[in-house]
Design a protein around this ligand. Structure first.
Ligand code: SAM
Ligand code: SF4
Length: 443
């Protein structure tokens, strides 16, 4: 076996999938691989998959197909497919048949054991390991990748909510929280390696710690993380509106490093659709949570996820979604057409919405959101904001980019020495997606 082995890791889907891909890369590093993005010269390609929407699955299947040619040109190449797509009931046999050129199949609960699978594949075996249930004691290792300015830290795994459209609880199992001391230690370690911003990850961070005695909830965790020396910022996703407590909002308001940004997916503005989605809140309750956030944090940035064309969504239901978006004025929204996921309750509903209707609704939704995003940023003109300097701008490497506490991207002229520190920036230009500004002072 040659010494200098290269691994290319591709992650599809949410931050959890990215975080899992990081874990896999970390394991391969321990096995002597170095990370690369050069597919042609790779010894190992890992695809960590997503199955939340059909479009993601189709993209991944296309990529798996492309890799067949690569393997024909380089028969020593090993290919591993891991994550949510593999974990779906019945998926493994189907995928194996469709892609016999794959060497390793690993489910969401089998990532910790990837080195064993890799050793077997390196010996020429085709291997598959997909446990139906997780084993909690092994989930917390290894930690997030060190030496980066920003890191994602899992605080919990799985989901108990069973929104009727969603495959996540079926492929990531029931909710389980990591111990606070494990999380704090991981963050301290990251900070000592140069990390300045962490994003705490969970499918519903607001229900963190529900299984703990004595009581210890997400707000308690945030208060502790806020105290970690040299950490500059703390973000968190995702907040399920039904579990967003007053205590949490007050904690964010009182914190110093806790960013005033809530990702609060509404999914629909119609009570009829929300009930069919099994979201367990009404639009009135959602609005009352937004009022509470504004009471404590008038400048807080709100972002959301919205699905159009859920089965049974009438024009009137959809109008209610548009109306609530105009009312709340999110700074950003992730907008999706409903995608039928086999195994979920909504896939069984008869009144599915035709594709052309879904497309039209998505266009209308996006144009309302684009207007909201622009107006939100225009309101920032002339004011100063604390920005964490992230690095050179992708579009113009002469300039720097960073983010406000509200997660808005800002481009500005500065000194690369400032990367990793906080600066105050006065906003001079505002577009739908980006802000431009001038550095005032070091924050
Ligand atoms: N746990 C997070 C929450 O509840 O907001 C979200 C996780 S999911 C990976 C991200 C988003 O994908 C959801 O908020 C929802 O808007 C969207 N989504 C999930 N299932 C979907 C489906 N079947 N069709 C379209 N969008 C979907
Ligand atoms: Fe899916 Fe709902 Fe769980 Fe989010 S809360 S992961 S949308 S089931």
């Amino acid at each position: 076996m040659k010494k200098d082995k290269k691994v290319v890791t591709l992650a599809y889907g949410c931050q959890m999938s990215e975080r899992d891909a990081e874990t896999l890369t970390h394991i391969t590093r321990q096995e002597g691989y170095t990370s690369s993005d050069d597919l042609i010269n790779a010894d190992l390609v890992i695809i960590n998959t997503c199955c939340v929407r059909e479009s993601a699955e189709n993209k991944i299947l296309g990529k798996i197909g492309e890799l067949k040619k690569l393997k024909e040109d380089n028969p020593n190449l090993k290919i591993a497919i891991s994550g949510c797509m593999v974990q779906q009931p019945g998926a493994l046999e189907r995928l194996k048949k469709r892609a016999p050129h794959i060497d390793i199949w690993a489910g969401t609960h089998n990532l910790h054991d990837f080195s064993t699978l890799l050793h077997q594949a390196e010996q020429g075996e085709k291997v598959a390991e997909v446990w139906q249930e997780p084993k909690t004691t092994i989930e917390s290792t290894p930690q997030a990748e060190k030496g980066k300015l920003q890191a994602n830290v899992n605080i919990m795994y799985g989901c108990n909510n069973f929104c009727s459209y969603c495959i996540v609880p079926h492929v990531r199992g029931r909710e389980r929280s990591r111990k606070p001391e494990e999380i704090i230690n991981e963050i301290r370690d990251l900070v000592s390696s140069g990390c300045r911003e962490v994003t705490l990850l969970g499918q519903n961070v607001n229900s963190y710690g529900k299984e703990f005695t004595p009581t210890y909830d997400f707000a308690d965790l945030l208060q502790e993380v806020d105290q970690i020396p040299d950490l500059l910022r703390v973000r968190f996703i995702t907040s399920h509106p039904k579990d967003l407590s007053d205590k949490l909002i007050e904690t964010v308001a009182q914190g110093t490093k806790l960013c005033e940004h809530f990702h609060l997916p509404i999914q629909s503005g119609s009570n009829f659709i929300l009930e069919r989605m099994n979201r367990k809140y009404t639009r009135e309750y959602y609005l009352s949570r937004v009022d509470k956030i504004h009471e404590f944090l008038p400048e807080a940035s709100l972002t959301t996820d919205i699905i159009v064309g859920f089965p049974g969504e009438s024009e009137e239901d959809f109008e209610q979604t548009l109306e609530i978006m105009k009312l709340i004025r999110y700074s950003h929204a992730f907008t999706f057409m409903y995608s039928k996921r086999s195994g979920t309750l909504a896939a069984e509903l008869e009144d599915q919405i035709p594709l052309d209707v879904k497309k039209r609704r998505l266009q209308r939704l996006m144009s309302v959101q684009n207007q909201n995003s622009l107006e939100w940023r225009q309101k920032m003109l002339g004011k100063s904001y604390e920005v964490l300097v992230e690095g050179p701008s992708k579009t113009n490497p002469e300039r720097l980019v960073g983010r406000t506490r509200g997660n808005e991207l800002v481009v500005f002229d500065g000194n690369p020495d400032q990367i990793g520190s906080l600066v105050n920036i006065r906003i001079t230009e505002a577009g739908t997606w980006t802000l431009v500004g001038d550095i005032q002072t070091k924050a």
